[in-house]
Design a protein around this ligand. Structure first.
Ligand code: ZN
Length: 112
């Protein structure tokens, strides 16, 4: 399951950066092209963190739409499917300008 792997990667990064302090909330940015299902991601996060030092830590997900810029007509299209096509002229000669994000934005460390 894709979302589980994503959550494990997030948990590893948080542990690395938090250096032993437990964050109350983690914020991530995930692009549409990553094909992650929102509900599934939150569910997987609970599974991955249950019984670990990160249990109870909230996952706050910021979804970034996929936007493609056309090299032919110059239009920008927000993609509704993960297929790279210009919405104006149907050209496949487009450049993805957002939607591939997978970033840990920030996390709040609980004051202990
Ligand atoms: Zn176009």
């Amino acid at each position: 399951m894709h979302e589980l792997a994503v959550c494990e990667a997030i948990a590893d990064t948080v542990r690395d950066r938090a250096s032993g302090r437990i964050p109350a909330r983690v914020q991530v940015r995930i692009g549409y092209m990553r094909q992650v299902v929102p509900e599934s991601l939150v569910f997987s996060w609970e599974m991955v963190t249950a019984g670990t030092d990160l249990e109870g830590c909230l996952l706050d997900v910021d979804y970034v739409p996929a936007v493609a810029a056309c090299r032919i007509c110059g239009e920008q299209t927000t993609l509704e499917t993960p297929i790279l096509l210009c919405g104006a002229c149907d050209s496949a000669d487009v450049e993805l300008i957002s939607g591939e994000e997978f970033q840990l934005k920030s996390f709040d460390v609980a004051d202990v």
